[in-house]
Design a protein around this ligand. Structure first.
Ligand code: ADP
Length: 366
């Protein structure tokens, strides 16, 4: 019997176009994830670029690629023995491609603002848990406490007693709970009220963002002050944002404020990556559900504005307790439904960031 021909390049591409990215529900070829293919006899070597550093489902992708190659080899009567897959990390950064100019934070791939229409809806809680959630999935994450009027992130991360460090004119971020973080709350006297005039607020925010030694980050999450004041404007002008997340509680009165915050980002040309519902329905230990602030209001807001909905976080005393005590990672340990909600939010955000950076215009060099 004549030896079988090896798979050719077109056959390998056909196989790869049948494999879907498990998170994005699109095939690897259309997503531009195939960086190289080499074929030698029955051996195939493929380099796949992962779009998102959080939750790369390498094992699942590898086994699906192998199965697809086997199937195509069977269909075509070709020789296929083995595939070696190398995963590389995404080198594209929305920050570089959004503006065709060097980024002011070149080591940072994606900058994401977390905003809310008003205070107390859990914006900082969501900023902290998104940052920690992405880091738990393996990404390098920074968290900038830009809520200069009420910085609560040092408390939530257990940094009340930590002292800031400076090298030359650079601030060194705190490294805690698997992320890097900096907060104005660590640079001013905690007993003095934080009263900032416009230019001072602008300057303080700029200094925090640009004079911190962030190093290499996949994601920099920025917790903004609530409302539609000066800081979001400064942020949008200063930093190339991949997009913004809007936090909203379920009740009707919260939706109007959140809508205004979303409109503000849209007017600034910042993409809304999604809406998060916080303080959604409380479930008691006996499983009974109590709609304290209602349920689903933020999803309705997202729908009516044509925005993605990232998911909801229930209201539960354990969240408040762990954040007050500065032990935020415990939020994933106590209750399975809360862990699931938190994991869902960071996964959805990572997906939306990937989609946003793929849609960003890229500079073609001929
Ligand atoms: P904001 O940044 O919008 O002002 P915070 O994140 O500081 O709001 O949250 C306000 C308070 O509500 C904090 O004490 C926080 O621990 C608590 N909190 C936020 N979200 C939840 C939740 N889902 N369940 C229980 N407590 C929450």
């Amino acid at each position: 019997m004549a030896p079988l021909n090896p798979l050719d390049d077109a056959a390998v591409r056909t196989a790869l176009s049948r494999v879907q990215d498990p998170d994005l529900n699109k095939d690897l070829v259309s997503l531009g994830m195939i960086k190289s293919v080499a074929i030698e006899g029955g051996q195939v070597a493929i380099t796949i670029e992962l779009p998102s550093p959080a939750r790369p489902m390498k094992d699942q992708i590898s086994s699906n690629v192998e199965q697809a190659l086997k199937a195509v080899a069977d269909e075509q009567g070709a020789n296929f023995e083995r595939v070696t897959i190398t995963f590389s990390e995404q080198s594209r950064s929305a920050n570089d491609s959004v503006r065709n100019e060097p980024s002011v934070l070149p080591g940072v791939k994606h900058i994401i603002a977390v905003g809310a229409g008003k205070g107390g809806v859990g914006k900082s809680t969501i900023a902290v848990t998104l940052a920690l959630g992405l880091a738990r999935e393996g990404a390098r994450v920074g968290l900038l406490d830009g809520d200069i009027y009420g910085p609560s992130i040092p408390t939530m991360l257990g940094l009340d007693d930590a002292m800031p460090a400076v090298r030359g004119s650079t601030l060194l971020p705190f490294e805690t709970n698997g992320i890097k973080t900096i907060s104005i709350g660590k640079l001013v006297d905690p007993d003095k009220p934080l009263i900032w005039r416009g230019p001072m607020a602008h300057g303080a925010f700029k200094q925090l963002a640009l004079q911190t030694d962030w190093g290499q980050l996949d994601y920099l999450i920025v917790d903004l002050p609530p409302g539609t004041g000066d800081i979001p404007l400064t942020l949008a002008q200063l930093l190339p944002l991949t997009g913004a997340v809007i936090v909203c509680t379920p009740q009707r009165v919260a939706q109007e404020d959140a809508r205004r915050a979303a409109r503000m980002f849209q007017q600034l040309g910042v993409e809304i990556l999604g809406v998060v519902e916080n303080m959604s329905c409380f479930t008691g230990d006996d499983g009974t559900e109590y709609d304290i602030f209602g349920k689903g209001g933020a999803e309705v807001l997202a729908q009516t504005m044509g925005l993605p909905f990232l998911g909801s976080l229930p209201i539960h005393p354990s969240l408040r307790k762990h954040l007050d005590e500065g032990t935020p990672l415990a939020c994933w340990e106590d209750r399975p439904e809360i862990a699931r909600a938190l994991e869902g939010l960071s996964k959805q955000l990572a997906n939306r960031i990937t989609i946003a950076s793929m849609a960003a215009p890229t500079l073609e060099i001929r």
